[in-house]
Design a protein around this ligand. Structure first.
Ligand code: GLC
Length: 785
């Protein structure tokens, strides 16, 4: 066994002029030895795992697919080997080769070479190029319960991912903690925030790999932040060093594998892709209706109104305030008549109050988190003293899910899960609080996910064949199966607006395609310019929701003066025009896991410029559109266009890629570009997703030299009938060599809501179509250019 005495114990060193602080949760304080996984003493293959023993620990290796290998190293395996995130099973059997130095597992895509003395895990491509290696000195090691894995840091290695993390697109040189936290007033540097996605993608030597540490304890990732460029490392306060290694080449393929392993989102209700208007809080049913009516009167398209905490009676979950929301059914009926949906907030904290149904039932059935002596844990949140449901229990999740009838009976179909880190005033729920047999530190990071799961499963059951919309603030890997997320309490500044896109794009790398930010900034008041700019970006954010803190100025589109209202309206209209494209992009996410809003690092991984701080916020919205976030104070901007040719959406002006260009960026015209050869289906402006519109699907095509295709997808936007084949799908192809546009035969049993198809050409000088408008039947269509 190799043992190292922690050098800090014997000789604490304090670098000059640098504040030196011991980590509060650290084994350094109590003086623990460092144990490093040493030499292999024996191994065997059993139950789909290769089990390897050293004096300190045991490692188990599983193969999930040729590109996915799981390594789980532990001093003390938990026999209950379950995961909140992973939904797949490993292969039952696999081959390996043993030599005197190594045990090698070779798949068709990847080689894992397990070094025996001492135990180290090194991953290679099949032609022997190193993808990722344990650090030869420290490998996997323990300080008490805390486990860490040190890895070789490659020259020029970049790191992307980890979900909702501040900082730069390239995380090299930074360190992060996962500990789901209620983070009001967070800054563009704060860490941790609300969510935990311990999954990153490493990029070096023209290669890609991914690593998912499936461990819900407080966890740590250091991408060469303070290691003299020697190592990167990751670890957790407890539990196993349990990771999945992804060896596919290409960021998109790694995302596909990660979401194969942890699941993909299902089709969202179409209405949730429309414009959403929120506020903490619209204080009465009349106010909600009044706002909704104003949208309709002003013909500003919109689909969703929200009720924040004040719709409840004394903040008691699953109640309505009898004075201000006296007739919820009537409210929902009136909203429905105007084609509006309502989303209501729920927090986990159940008010301690005898006679309140959820409190009484929770006490009677013993559903709340506890101190070790059996007393229910009490913390303060909006309702005052609260108990917290143990969402890790199936019976509790069922109970919680069924309670939504109080909201679904009047007609609510959207459920906003907040404060589920979980938050309690003081933000320090004691570590001895237990959820079932687990202490809080072990499961905190998964609490919000389990609440969202309970909400999704319960409301899906109650709503029958209707799709619920679930939104959650806290999350763990795999949450995409249940819910959309938003990035919590941001602030009304340009820096937050830009950060928002990095958060959305980073969440997209970790399986979360349906993501929003509070447009306008939750805290503070945006300037009119910031509001206008942010709203124009909202068009290109997967979830488009305007939300603001209590006490802030009203935020609705008409609060910014007549001229600004017109700009805001036009940008919201643009969102509605793009819905056929957006819905198809969501369909793509359900099939491949690719996010809707995509960092350029997915497609242009090897292009240095896209990591440049000036350009790192640029993103692709679906396959075709490149969007450039520009601060509200700038009216033109240097932007970087990656490989390809690009048309400015607003003017069809053509730019060549791989260059920095300065472009105009007035508040009326956000720089948005379409890749040459792209196909974007659009519709005419409608006032809500339930509006029939003019029945014409416009198929816009921008000329280019390379053949391209787009999978158009449509279904009823409401039900799960698509799971039974009731959808409409066809491939639209543009072939510049044969000068043709074609639409394949329709797949699926759904009848499109568009009765006609109209081709709209951009950049095709001198070409005039004979049949601009075509009847949308199910046949194959060929159009010669
Ligand atoms: C939290 C949420 C915010 C909400 C508020 C009141 O701060 O993040 O969105 O408006 O609570 O419910």
């Amino acid at each position: 066994m190799q043992r190292f005495q922690n050098p800090h114990l014997t000789k604490p060193t304090k670098p000059n002029n640098v504040a030196f602080k011991y980590p509060i949760h650290s084994g350094y304080i109590t003086g623990m030895n460092l144990e490093i996984a040493g030499n292999v003493q024996g191994f065997k293959q059993q139950d789909g795992a290769l089990t390897i023993k050293t004096a300190e620990a045991e490692a188990r290796v599983y193969i999930y697919s040729p590109t996915i290998i799981r390594v789980n190293i532990s001093k003390n395996f938990n026999p209950d080997d379950t995961s909140f995130a992973v939904i797949r099973q490993p292969l039952a059997d696999f081959d390996f080769d043993e030599s005197s130095a190594n045990i090698d597992i070779i798949t068709s895509a990847l080689k894992l070479s397990i070094q025996k003395s001492p135990l180290r895990f090194n991953f290679f491509t099949t032609d022997g190029i190193s993808l990722s290696e344990d650090d030869s000195r420290f490998g996997t090691n323990w300080q008490g319960e805390r486990v860490t894995c040190f890895r070789r840091l490659f020259e020029g290695e970049r790191f992307i991912g980890l979900g909702e993390k501040t900082g730069n697109l390239d995380r090299r040189g930074a360190a992060y903690v996962n500990w789901n936290t209620d983070a009001p007033n967070y800054t563009p540097e704060s860490d941790p925030l609300y969510k935990t996605f311990p999954f990153f993608i490493g990029l070096h030597s023209g290669l890609t790999y991914g690593l998912f540490l499936d461990n819900t304890h407080k966890s740590y990732f250091d991408f060469g932040a303070s290691t003299d460029e020697e190592t990167s490392w990751f670890g957790a306060d407890g539990g196993d060093l349990n990771y999945y290694f992804f060896g596919a080449q290409g960021v998109a393929k790694i995302i596909e594998d990660y979401t194969w392993l942890t699941g993909r989102m299902e089709m969202p209700p179409l209405w949730s892709l429309g414009y959403q208007q929120c506020r903490w809080s619209y204080m009465s049913a009349d106010e909600v209706l009044n706002i909704a009516q104003t949208f309709r009167k002003k013909q500003i398209p919109s689909d969703v109104m929200y009720c924040d905490i004040d719709y409840m009676d004394d903040f008691k979950i699953f109640t309505w305030n009898k004075k201000t929301f006296p007739k919820p059914k009537q409210l929902l009926g009136k909203l429905k008549a105007m084609n509006f949906k309502l989303v209501t907030i729920v927090d986990p904290g159940i008010k301690v109050e005898e006679g309140y149904k959820e409190y009484d039932e929770g006490i009677e059935r013993d559903y709340f988190a506890k101190y070790p002596d059996g007393e229910n844990y009490t913390g303060y949140v909006w309702p005052g003293r609260c108990h917290f449901p143990d969402f890790f229990r199936e019976d509790v999740r069922e109970w919680w899910g069924a309670a939504f009838k109080a909201l679904t009976n009047p007609g609510v179909e959207g459920f906003w899960n907040d404060m589920n880190e979980p938050a309690a005033w003081g933000q320090n729920i004691p570590w001895i609080v237990k959820f079932g047999d687990k202490f809080m530190p072990e499961v905190r990071n998964a609490y919000g996910m389990q609440m969202a799961r309970a909400t999704y499963e319960g409301t899906r059951k109650i709503l029958g064949n209707k799709r619920p919309f679930v939104l959650t603030r806290a999350a763990y890997s795999g949450t995409q199966r249940y819910s959309a997320v938003w990035t919590g309490d941001n602030t009304a500044t340009d820096a937050h607006m830009l950060l928002g896109h990095r958060l959305v794009n980073s969440l997209g790398l970790t399986g979360m395609a349906f993501v929003g930010v509070d447009i306008g900034g939750f805290s503070g008041n945006p300037t009119p310019e910031l509001m206008v700019r942010w709203n124009s970006l909202g068009t290109y954010i997967p979830m488009f929701r305007n939300h603001a803190i209590q006490g802030s100025k009203m935020r609705e589109p008409w609060e910014w003066g007549e001229d600004n209202e017109q700009i805001i309206k036009k940008d919201i209209e643009q969102r509605y025009k793009l819905l056929p494209y957006l819905y198809s992009s969501f369909y793509q996410s359900t099939q491949t896991g690719l996010p809707v809003s995509r960092t350029l690092a997915i497609e242009h991984t090897a292009d240095e410029n896209i990591f440049d701080k000036r350009f790192q916020n640029e993103f692709m919205f679906g396959d075709a559109m490149l969007v450039v976030p520009v601060e509200s104070t700038k009216l033109n901007e240097d932007i970087y266009l990656p490989k390809g040719s690009w048309y400015r959406l607003s003017s069809d002006q053509l730019y060549e890629g791989e260059q920095i260009v300065n472009v105009p960026a007035p508040l009326t015209d956000l720089p948005v570009f379409v890749k040459a050869g792209s196909i974007i289906p659009m519709q005419s402006v409608v006032q809500s997703t339930n509006d029939k519109g003019d029945g014409i699907l416009q198929i816009h095509i921008w000329n280019g030299s390379e053949a391209n295709s787009f999978v158009y997808y449509e279904d009823d936007g409401v039900s799960y009938d698509y799971e039974q084949g009731v959808y409409y799908k066809r491939v639209i192809r543009f072939d510049p060599v044969n000068k043709s546009i074609s639409l394949s035969v329709v797949e699926g049993a759904f009848k499109s809501r568009f009765v006609q198809l109209k081709l709209v050409l951009h950049g095709f000088e001198g070409i005039k179509l004979n049949d601009e408008v075509i009847v949308n039947d199910n046949r194959e269509i060929q159009v010669k250019l």
